[in-house]
Design a protein around this ligand. Structure first.
Ligand code: ADP
Length: 461
């Protein structure tokens, strides 16, 4: 025989704690994502703006150099201007081109001379509006890549280059003589954005882990006092039920003794009072013992003792002891089962489960009704189905009948006893065996309660 202790309703707390953890970590992650978006956007804007400013300064400077050069050499046109006459050495400058007033190429230079045609095509005829700066993406080949006339070897065959292009008109004595275009390589900035994103996302993943861990700790802390209070309340219910049992049994034996007292037989009023008292005390004893079962289940003090049992024999036994009660209500009981049905289970609990379902079936059956228990077994499960031809359960009530103290209105108006705890206990018993209990029912036609329990029981060591 193996015994397993059950934690009972700690499930509810675990679920709540999980939900709290998820909510806390969701909130933390939201802040994290917001932070990343803000940091990334800020850096993006600041870096690009800085490149803008640099390019604008460079263009302004070069325009002044050319204008000064024209003024110094008293030339009114750019034609014949050689690149050696200009000092153009901006950092990351990819190209510069000077055109005359008609837009024809005059002079220029670029880091990739083999791409001049393509690059000039980009700016040819472009008249920028005030402060307008263009951004272009260019696929470049590196076969002839030179920097300062020096050829660079061992570089990739092609790459994507991001260019920022600015243009400015050149004037001589207030007369428009041409344009200067400068292209700046800002690929490194985009490279930086890419790395920044990778670093930020990696940090986010790391912090997400920390956020979940912190949320777990926070939710655990938040749940602490609640679960302690709940634990105390469960202990109170358990203690109260336990303490009530003794006086109730004393009362019951006192009523029995009074019933046997001389003279009571002759006094119909006293007899009736005693009978009522006895039935109420019995009802209360049932309620207290059900409460005690559930309180123990909640507090984890309920134990499950597993042993090999023949479910068929147990069912026959329960039916036999319930037959007089069923017959007095005009209900007949039937059992359909295979030869023997050996399973591992807690004998007392399994029998209690059978009692609850059969007792309900009888309680809610009309006079002349038939209540049947069917047992069966498959490779993995054994099944018990208890069906009746009684009042049935309204579909709205079906999901609630396993709740504590739930009784349908129909049941309340009937004179049948009960306090709405039987099915909660049945569900708990099925649960501690790793099984389930479900109901199929149609109002005024009848109900079938189906319990399905695995043949093999996981036994804790
Ligand atoms: P009770 O002590 O009221 O029978 P239970 O927890 O056993 O408490 O059942 C809860 C409610 O489910 C009952 O009040 C009744 O409305 C409904 N019920 C349970 N079994 C049956 C059945 N066999 N037929 C119809 N209704 C049922």
């Amino acid at each position: 025989m193996k015994t397993k202790w059950f934690k009972g309703s700690s499930d509810l707390f675990q679920k709540t704690q999980r939900r709290l953890t998820m909510q806390y970590s969701g909130l933390l992650m939201l802040f994290l994502v917001l932070f990343i978006v803000v940091v990334y956007t800020l850096l993006y804007v600041v870096i690009l703006r800085d490149q803008h400013r640099e390019l604008e300064n460079l263009t302004r400077q070069e325009t002044r150099i050319i204008s000064d050069y024209l003024a110094d050499s008293a030339r009114d046109e750019l034609q014949g201007l050689g690149s050696q006459e200009l000092v153009l050495a901006g950092v990351d400058q990819f190209f510069y081109y000077v055109t005359n007033a008609e837009g024809t190429f005059v002079t220029g230079s670029e880091t990739m001379p083999h791409m001049r045609e393509e690059l000039f095509e980009l700016v040819s005829g472009w008249v920028p509006e005030k402060n307008q700066i263009r951004e272009e993406t260019l696929q470049v080949t590196f076969d002839e890549r030179r920097i300062g006339g020096r050829e660079i070897k061992d570089v990739p065959k092609s790459d994507t280059v991001r260019l920022m292009i600015d243009g400015s008109p050149i004037f001589y004595n207030g007369q428009f003589v041409g344009m200067i275009y400068i292209g700046k390589d800002i690929s490194f900035a985009y490279q930086l954005f890419k790395w920044l994103l990778i670093v930020l996302v990696s940090l986010a993943v790391l912090f997400a882990g920390v956020a979940v861990w912190m949320s777990y700790l926070m939710s655990k802390k938040a749940m602490g006092p609640i679960s302690t209070a709940f634990q105390r309340q469960k202990e109170f219910v358990g203690d109260a039920s336990h303490e009530l049992r003794t006086p109730l049994s004393v009362m019951l034996s006192s009523i029995d003794a009074m019933e046997m007292t001389d003279g009571i037989e002759e006094d119909p009023f006293a007899k009736k009072l005693l009978r009522n008292m006895k039935s109420e005390v019995k009802r209360m004893t049932g309620l207290v013992s059900d409460l005690l079962v559930l309180a123990r289940a909640d507090s984890g003090a309920a134990e499950r003792t597993l042993e090999q049992l023949d479910v068929r024999a147990e069912a026959a036994n329960v039916i036999e002891s319930l037959t007089p009660h069923a017959e007095s209500n005009g209900v007949s009981l039937g059992l359909e089962a295979p030869g023997d049905l050996l399973v591992l289970g807690d004998r007392a609990r399994v029998k209690q489960l059978m009692y609850i379902l059969l007792d309900n079936a009888v309680k809610y059956s009309p006079d002349g009704g038939l209540v049947e228990m069917k047992l069966s077994q498959s490779d993995r499960y054994w099944t018990m189905a208890v069906s009746d031809q009684g009042i049935g359960i309204h579909p709205d009530d079906q999901p609630r009948i396993f709740d504590r103290f739930f009784r349908s209105d129909k049941s309340r108006t009937r004179t049948v006893g009960g306090h709405g705890l039987g099915l909660s206990i049945a569900k708990w018993i099925a649960g501690i065996h790793g099984g389930t209990i479900t109901v199929e029912s149609e109002p005024d036609k009848g109900s079938t309660f189906i319990v399905q329990i695995p043949n093999e029981q996981a036994v804790s060591t």
